[in-house]
Write a protein that binds this ligand. Structure first.
Ligand code: EPU
Length: 302
Protein backbone atom coordinates (compact mmCIF):
# COMPACT_ATOMS: atom_id res chain seq x y z
CA UNK A 1 0.00 0.00 0.00
CA UNK A 2 1.30 3.43 -0.91
CA UNK A 3 0.86 6.73 0.89
CA UNK A 4 0.44 9.26 -1.89
CA UNK A 5 -1.55 12.07 -0.23
CA UNK A 6 0.87 15.03 0.20
CA UNK A 7 -1.05 16.32 3.23
CA UNK A 8 -0.72 12.98 4.99
CA UNK A 9 2.97 12.84 4.14
CA UNK A 10 3.34 16.30 5.70
CA UNK A 11 1.64 15.10 8.91
CA UNK A 12 3.95 12.08 9.02
CA UNK A 13 6.99 14.31 8.74
CA UNK A 14 5.66 16.47 11.60
CA UNK A 15 5.44 13.33 13.75
CA UNK A 16 9.09 12.52 12.99
CA UNK A 17 8.10 9.54 10.85
CA UNK A 18 10.48 8.66 8.04
CA UNK A 19 8.55 7.33 5.03
CA UNK A 20 10.33 4.71 2.92
CA UNK A 21 8.31 4.29 -0.23
CA UNK A 22 7.96 0.99 -2.03
CA UNK A 23 10.26 -0.96 0.26
CA UNK A 24 10.75 -4.66 -0.41
CA UNK A 25 10.07 -6.72 2.69
CA UNK A 26 12.23 -9.48 1.23
CA UNK A 27 15.16 -7.23 2.14
CA UNK A 28 13.92 -6.84 5.72
CA UNK A 29 13.14 -10.46 6.60
CA UNK A 30 15.64 -13.20 7.39
CA UNK A 31 13.77 -15.55 5.02
CA UNK A 32 14.33 -13.08 2.17
CA UNK A 33 10.66 -13.38 1.22
CA UNK A 34 8.02 -10.64 1.10
CA UNK A 35 6.37 -8.16 -1.25
CA UNK A 36 6.39 -4.38 -1.49
CA UNK A 37 4.83 -1.62 0.59
CA UNK A 38 5.58 1.71 2.27
CA UNK A 39 7.49 1.57 5.53
CA UNK A 40 6.96 4.14 8.26
CA UNK A 41 10.01 4.41 10.49
CA UNK A 42 9.16 5.81 13.91
CA UNK A 43 11.77 7.90 15.69
CA UNK A 44 9.72 8.96 18.76
CA UNK A 45 7.62 6.51 20.81
CA UNK A 46 5.41 9.40 21.92
CA UNK A 47 4.26 9.98 18.35
CA UNK A 48 2.70 6.51 18.05
CA UNK A 49 -0.82 7.27 19.36
CA UNK A 50 -1.14 10.26 16.97
CA UNK A 51 0.36 8.27 14.11
CA UNK A 52 -2.14 5.44 14.55
CA UNK A 53 -5.05 7.89 14.78
CA UNK A 54 -3.84 9.45 11.55
CA UNK A 55 -3.61 6.11 9.76
CA UNK A 56 -7.02 5.09 11.01
CA UNK A 57 -8.60 8.36 9.86
CA UNK A 58 -6.97 7.83 6.45
CA UNK A 59 -8.14 4.18 6.36
CA UNK A 60 -4.65 2.85 5.99
CA UNK A 61 -4.16 -0.59 7.58
CA UNK A 62 -0.81 -1.30 9.22
CA UNK A 63 1.42 -4.04 10.64
CA UNK A 64 4.29 -3.77 13.15
CA UNK A 65 7.66 -5.12 12.06
CA UNK A 66 10.43 -6.04 14.50
CA UNK A 67 13.61 -7.60 13.18
CA UNK A 68 11.78 -9.71 10.58
CA UNK A 69 13.49 -12.89 11.72
CA UNK A 70 10.44 -14.99 12.59
CA UNK A 71 8.21 -13.85 9.81
CA UNK A 72 6.82 -15.15 6.51
CA UNK A 73 5.40 -12.25 4.47
CA UNK A 74 3.19 -12.65 1.41
CA UNK A 75 4.38 -11.81 -2.11
CA UNK A 76 3.38 -8.90 -4.36
CA UNK A 77 1.94 -5.49 -3.50
CA UNK A 78 0.94 -5.67 0.18
CA UNK A 79 -2.39 -4.20 1.38
CA UNK A 80 -0.98 -2.54 4.53
CA UNK A 81 1.85 -0.23 5.44
CA UNK A 82 4.52 -1.42 7.85
CA UNK A 83 5.57 0.41 11.01
CA UNK A 84 9.05 -0.04 12.37
CA UNK A 85 10.87 1.57 15.30
CA UNK A 86 14.20 3.27 14.72
CA UNK A 87 16.48 2.43 17.66
CA UNK A 88 17.76 5.44 19.63
CA UNK A 89 21.45 5.81 20.46
CA UNK A 90 22.28 4.32 22.86
CA UNK A 91 19.61 1.63 22.76
CA UNK A 92 20.76 -0.08 25.98
CA UNK A 93 21.41 1.76 29.26
CA UNK A 94 22.63 -0.15 32.31
CA UNK A 95 21.85 0.74 35.91
CA UNK A 96 23.20 -1.87 38.33
CA UNK A 97 21.55 -5.15 37.43
CA UNK A 98 18.89 -3.42 35.37
CA UNK A 99 19.20 -3.11 31.60
CA UNK A 100 16.91 -0.47 30.03
CA UNK A 101 16.56 -1.61 26.42
CA UNK A 102 14.74 -0.14 23.43
CA UNK A 103 12.53 -2.70 21.66
CA UNK A 104 14.34 -1.99 18.37
CA UNK A 105 17.72 -2.95 19.82
CA UNK A 106 19.41 -5.90 18.14
CA UNK A 107 19.09 -8.95 20.40
CA UNK A 108 22.56 -10.41 19.81
CA UNK A 109 24.34 -7.11 20.33
CA UNK A 110 22.32 -6.48 23.50
CA UNK A 111 23.29 -9.87 24.97
CA UNK A 112 26.96 -9.16 24.18
CA UNK A 113 26.84 -5.63 25.57
CA UNK A 114 25.28 -6.81 28.85
CA UNK A 115 27.84 -9.65 29.03
CA UNK A 116 30.71 -7.17 28.70
CA UNK A 117 29.28 -5.40 31.74
CA UNK A 118 29.14 -8.65 33.72
CA UNK A 119 25.40 -9.18 33.30
CA UNK A 120 24.45 -12.71 32.25
CA UNK A 121 21.42 -14.98 31.98
CA UNK A 122 20.81 -14.51 28.28
CA UNK A 123 23.66 -16.64 26.93
CA UNK A 124 21.24 -19.02 25.17
CA UNK A 125 19.87 -16.20 23.01
CA UNK A 126 23.20 -15.24 21.52
CA UNK A 127 22.64 -16.68 18.04
CA UNK A 128 18.98 -15.75 17.80
CA UNK A 129 18.49 -13.05 15.14
CA UNK A 130 15.99 -10.22 15.57
CA UNK A 131 15.18 -7.38 17.94
CA UNK A 132 14.69 -7.39 21.70
CA UNK A 133 11.04 -6.38 21.13
CA UNK A 134 10.44 -9.39 18.90
CA UNK A 135 12.10 -11.72 21.39
CA UNK A 136 9.96 -10.27 24.17
CA UNK A 137 6.65 -10.53 22.31
CA UNK A 138 7.10 -14.24 21.65
CA UNK A 139 9.19 -15.05 24.74
CA UNK A 140 12.15 -16.25 22.70
CA UNK A 141 14.23 -18.93 24.34
CA UNK A 142 16.91 -21.51 23.73
CA UNK A 143 19.09 -23.92 25.66
CA UNK A 144 16.93 -23.91 28.75
CA UNK A 145 16.37 -20.18 29.15
CA UNK A 146 13.72 -17.72 28.02
CA UNK A 147 13.77 -13.93 27.98
CA UNK A 148 10.54 -13.61 30.02
CA UNK A 149 12.35 -14.81 33.16
CA UNK A 150 14.26 -11.52 33.34
CA UNK A 151 11.51 -9.03 32.51
CA UNK A 152 10.98 -6.42 35.19
CA UNK A 153 8.93 -3.89 33.21
CA UNK A 154 7.65 -3.39 29.66
CA UNK A 155 6.66 -0.17 27.92
CA UNK A 156 4.21 -0.81 25.11
CA UNK A 157 1.62 0.84 22.91
CA UNK A 158 -1.76 -0.80 23.51
CA UNK A 159 -4.11 -0.63 20.57
CA UNK A 160 -7.00 -1.50 22.92
CA UNK A 161 -6.55 1.68 25.02
CA UNK A 162 -4.70 3.66 22.34
CA UNK A 163 -2.15 4.62 24.95
CA UNK A 164 1.44 3.99 25.81
CA UNK A 165 1.42 1.94 29.02
CA UNK A 166 3.89 0.35 31.38
CA UNK A 167 3.38 -3.21 32.63
CA UNK A 168 5.29 -4.80 35.52
CA UNK A 169 6.76 -8.23 34.88
CA UNK A 170 4.21 -10.01 37.09
CA UNK A 171 1.34 -8.57 35.01
CA UNK A 172 2.56 -10.44 31.94
CA UNK A 173 2.45 -14.19 31.50
CA UNK A 174 5.38 -15.76 29.66
CA UNK A 175 4.90 -19.29 28.39
CA UNK A 176 6.69 -21.44 25.82
CA UNK A 177 6.92 -19.15 22.75
CA UNK A 178 3.81 -17.33 23.92
CA UNK A 179 3.00 -14.23 25.99
CA UNK A 180 -0.16 -12.53 27.22
CA UNK A 181 0.46 -9.46 25.03
CA UNK A 182 -2.37 -8.77 22.56
CA UNK A 183 -1.60 -9.30 18.88
CA UNK A 184 -1.82 -5.55 18.24
CA UNK A 185 0.29 -4.47 21.25
CA UNK A 186 3.52 -2.85 20.11
CA UNK A 187 6.59 -3.44 22.26
CA UNK A 188 8.50 -0.18 22.84
CA UNK A 189 11.05 -0.79 25.59
CA UNK A 190 11.85 -3.24 28.35
CA UNK A 191 13.74 -3.31 31.62
CA UNK A 192 15.48 -6.63 32.23
CA UNK A 193 16.90 -7.55 35.62
CA UNK A 194 19.95 -9.69 34.87
CA UNK A 195 22.11 -11.74 37.24
CA UNK A 196 25.69 -10.54 37.86
CA UNK A 197 28.26 -12.90 36.37
CA UNK A 198 31.89 -12.38 35.37
CA UNK A 199 32.32 -11.72 31.64
CA UNK A 200 34.64 -14.71 31.19
CA UNK A 201 32.05 -17.07 32.60
CA UNK A 202 29.28 -15.63 30.41
CA UNK A 203 31.60 -15.94 27.42
CA UNK A 204 32.08 -19.64 28.11
CA UNK A 205 28.29 -20.14 28.10
CA UNK A 206 27.97 -18.09 24.90
CA UNK A 207 30.64 -20.20 23.18
CA UNK A 208 28.93 -23.45 24.16
CA UNK A 209 25.54 -22.24 22.85
CA UNK A 210 27.14 -20.92 19.65
CA UNK A 211 28.81 -24.26 19.05
CA UNK A 212 25.59 -26.23 19.65
CA UNK A 213 23.70 -23.92 17.32
CA UNK A 214 26.35 -24.05 14.60
CA UNK A 215 26.38 -27.84 14.65
CA UNK A 216 22.59 -28.30 14.52
CA UNK A 217 21.09 -25.31 12.65
CA UNK A 218 21.55 -23.97 9.09
CA UNK A 219 22.97 -20.62 10.20
CA UNK A 220 24.34 -19.39 6.88
CA UNK A 221 21.05 -19.88 5.04
CA UNK A 222 17.97 -17.72 4.78
CA UNK A 223 15.39 -19.00 7.28
CA UNK A 224 12.94 -17.83 9.94
CA UNK A 225 14.32 -20.17 12.61
CA UNK A 226 12.03 -22.99 13.66
CA UNK A 227 8.84 -23.11 11.62
CA UNK A 228 6.74 -25.10 14.09
CA UNK A 229 6.45 -25.02 17.88
CA UNK A 230 7.52 -28.21 19.55
CA UNK A 231 4.45 -30.18 20.67
CA UNK A 232 4.49 -31.05 24.41
CA UNK A 233 7.21 -33.61 25.08
CA UNK A 234 8.31 -33.94 21.44
CA UNK A 235 10.54 -32.26 18.87
CA UNK A 236 9.03 -31.12 15.57
CA UNK A 237 12.51 -31.23 13.98
CA UNK A 238 13.06 -34.83 14.98
CA UNK A 239 9.62 -35.93 13.70
CA UNK A 240 10.23 -34.24 10.33
CA UNK A 241 13.69 -35.84 10.19
CA UNK A 242 12.32 -39.30 11.07
CA UNK A 243 9.85 -39.02 8.20
CA UNK A 244 12.77 -38.45 5.82
CA UNK A 245 11.53 -34.99 4.85
CA UNK A 246 14.84 -33.14 5.04
CA UNK A 247 15.60 -31.69 1.61
CA UNK A 248 11.93 -31.79 0.55
CA UNK A 249 11.45 -28.78 -1.77
CA UNK A 250 8.82 -26.76 -3.50
CA UNK A 251 10.48 -24.33 -5.89
CA UNK A 252 13.24 -22.72 -3.83
CA UNK A 253 11.47 -23.39 -0.51
CA UNK A 254 13.25 -26.31 1.16
CA UNK A 255 13.28 -28.27 4.41
CA UNK A 256 16.82 -27.79 5.72
CA UNK A 257 19.17 -30.75 5.38
CA UNK A 258 20.64 -29.80 8.75
CA UNK A 259 17.55 -29.29 10.96
CA UNK A 260 14.09 -30.58 10.05
CA UNK A 261 12.27 -27.66 11.69
CA UNK A 262 14.15 -25.02 9.68
CA UNK A 263 12.79 -24.29 6.22
CA UNK A 264 15.19 -22.34 4.04
CA UNK A 265 14.90 -20.07 1.05
CA UNK A 266 17.43 -21.67 -1.25
CA UNK A 267 17.22 -18.95 -3.92
CA UNK A 268 14.14 -16.93 -4.79
CA UNK A 269 11.43 -18.82 -2.90
CA UNK A 270 7.95 -17.32 -3.03
CA UNK A 271 5.74 -17.00 0.04
CA UNK A 272 3.23 -19.21 -1.73
CA UNK A 273 5.78 -22.04 -2.14
CA UNK A 274 6.97 -21.68 1.44
CA UNK A 275 3.40 -21.78 2.78
CA UNK A 276 2.55 -24.79 0.64
CA UNK A 277 5.67 -26.60 1.88
CA UNK A 278 4.74 -25.81 5.50
CA UNK A 279 1.21 -27.13 4.86
CA UNK A 280 2.54 -30.28 3.20
CA UNK A 281 4.93 -31.10 6.06
CA UNK A 282 2.25 -30.36 8.66
CA UNK A 283 -0.09 -32.78 6.89
CA UNK A 284 2.53 -35.53 6.65
CA UNK A 285 3.33 -35.19 10.37
CA UNK A 286 -0.38 -35.27 11.21
CA UNK A 287 -0.90 -38.45 9.20
CA UNK A 288 2.16 -40.20 10.62
CA UNK A 289 2.01 -39.09 14.25
CA UNK A 290 -1.53 -37.76 14.74
CA UNK A 291 0.01 -34.46 15.91
CA UNK A 292 -1.17 -31.10 14.56
CA UNK A 293 1.95 -28.94 14.48
CA UNK A 294 1.35 -25.30 15.31
CA UNK A 295 3.25 -22.53 13.51
CA UNK A 296 5.97 -20.78 15.41
CA UNK A 297 6.73 -18.57 12.44
CA UNK A 298 4.34 -15.61 12.11
CA UNK A 299 2.58 -15.45 8.73
CA UNK A 300 1.46 -12.15 7.19
CA UNK A 301 -1.00 -12.91 4.42
CA UNK A 302 -1.99 -10.12 2.06
N1 EPU B 1 16.65 -33.57 15.96
C1 EPU B 1 16.74 -34.52 14.97
N2 EPU B 1 16.71 -34.10 13.67
C2 EPU B 1 16.56 -32.80 13.32
C3 EPU B 1 16.47 -31.83 14.33
C4 EPU B 1 16.51 -32.25 15.66
O1 EPU B 1 16.85 -35.71 15.24
O2 EPU B 1 16.51 -32.51 12.12
C5 EPU B 1 16.73 -34.02 17.36
C6 EPU B 1 18.04 -33.54 18.01
O3 EPU B 1 19.08 -34.43 17.78
C7 EPU B 1 17.64 -33.45 19.47
C8 EPU B 1 16.15 -33.09 19.42
O4 EPU B 1 15.69 -33.42 18.11
O5 EPU B 1 17.75 -34.70 20.09
C9 EPU B 1 15.93 -31.60 19.69
O6 EPU B 1 16.62 -30.83 18.72
P1 EPU B 1 17.28 -29.40 19.03
O7 EPU B 1 18.18 -29.50 20.21
O8 EPU B 1 17.82 -28.85 17.77
O9 EPU B 1 16.09 -28.55 19.55
P2 EPU B 1 14.68 -28.26 18.94
O10 EPU B 1 13.67 -28.75 19.92
O11 EPU B 1 14.55 -28.71 17.54
C10 EPU B 1 14.47 -25.95 20.15
C11 EPU B 1 13.94 -24.61 19.74
C12 EPU B 1 15.01 -23.81 19.01
C13 EPU B 1 16.22 -23.66 19.92
C14 EPU B 1 16.72 -25.06 20.30
C15 EPU B 1 17.85 -25.02 21.30
C16 EPU B 1 11.57 -24.73 19.24
C17 EPU B 1 10.54 -24.92 18.20
N3 EPU B 1 12.82 -24.79 18.84
O12 EPU B 1 14.71 -26.66 18.94
O13 EPU B 1 14.47 -22.52 18.76
O14 EPU B 1 17.23 -22.94 19.28
O15 EPU B 1 15.65 -25.81 20.92
O16 EPU B 1 17.37 -24.71 22.56
O17 EPU B 1 11.24 -24.53 20.40
C18 EPU B 1 13.29 -21.11 17.25
O18 EPU B 1 12.58 -20.80 18.20
O19 EPU B 1 13.14 -20.61 16.12
C19 EPU B 1 14.35 -22.08 17.45
C20 EPU B 1 15.14 -22.48 16.48
Amino acid sequence: MRISDPQLRGHLAELGVDLRQGAKLSALTSLGIGGTTDILRITKHESIPDLLRLLEASRIPHRFLGGGSNLLVDDGELPWVVLQLVPPAPDVVLEGNLAHIDAAADLGRTVTYCAKHDLGGMEGLIGVPGTVGGALRMNAGAYGMQIGTYVREVKLYRAATRKIETLRGHQISFEYRHTSFAADDMMLAVILELPSKPYNEILKGIRICNEKRRSSQPLGQKSAGCVFKNPPGASAGRMIDELGLKGLSLGDARVSERHGNFFVNAGHASARDMQALIGDVRERVRKAYGVALENEVVVWNA
